[in-house]
Design a protein around this ligand. Structure first.
Ligand code: BG6
Ligand code: MG
Length: 212
């Protein structure tokens, strides 16, 4: 199933390896509700893979609400506090179906492994769930200046592994992430719902369905 030229895997984090996409949604809704509005699960799809501040701007835009830069910073920080309350409840083994087995098998077969995530909380989550040691390189929200669908995060991941984009395969649950991978000249496998993801090599429900 994996083309022979592929030497490394670039994994998104939230929604691919761990179920934190749900926590992001809960924390953003809590913030929206505290401001007196709400947004839908369908709208939430557009927040996946997108940076914290860009997500907030989209939510405010949907509600037709304007906030100053300082207020936006405070709101993003409040959301992160609520998000981290949920993350702190995570423990070793709290990974999505098939994720840790897939990482282990990838290592055993000699594939290089990098993280390509927009999250600034990525390391904490990898540590808490016990999967940090599988990674040869970690590129997260602290290392990139451009949000997916810009390919920066994956290009940096490929570079950190010493591979060309053509030698990398990206695993993504967000359309912005699939678009980022394709823009970087990489192939991608979508994780999640076919209805939400287009342009990937293939879409599977979870890493359990990807055969190595
Ligand atoms: C991405 C998530 O992985 O990280 C987005 O899909 C999130 O929903 C982004 O906004 C930034 O995460 P954090 O943890 O830095 O707020
Ligand atoms: Mg994701």
């Amino acid at each position: 199933m994996i083309p022979t030229e592929i030497k490394g895997f670039l994994f998104d984090l939230d929604g691919v390896l761990v179920d934190t996409a749900v926590f992001h949604f809960q924390a953003w809704r809590r913030l929206a509700n505290s401001l007196g509005f709400d947004f839908t699960e369908k709208e939430n799809e557009q927040l996946k893979g997108v940076s914290r501040v860009r997500s907030l701007q989209l939510i405010l835009q949907w509600a037709g609400v304007e906030k100053s830069e300082a207020e936006q910073e405070e709101l993003a920080s409040q959301k992160n506090t609520w998000y981290l309350e949920l993350v702190h409840q995570m423990k070793k083994g709290d990974t999505l179906p098939g994720a840790e087995e897939f990482l282990q098998r990838s290592r055993d077969l000699g594939y290089l492994i990098a993280l390509g995530s927009a999250s600034k909380n990525a390391r904490l989550i990898l540590e808490k769930t016990g999967i940090l040691s599988y990674f040869d390189a970690i590129i997260d929200g602290n290392e990139v200046s451009k949000s997916k669908p810009d390919p920066e995060v994956f290009l940096k991941g490929a570079e950190a592994l010493g591979l060309s984009p053509q030698q990398c395969l990206v695993f993504e649950d967000a359309q912005a992430g699939i678009d980022a991978a394709l823009a970087g000249g990489m192939r991608a496998i979508g994780i999640g719902d076919l209805a939400h993801l287009h342009g990937g090599l293939t879409v599977v429900e979870s890493l359990r369905e990807v055969l190595l």
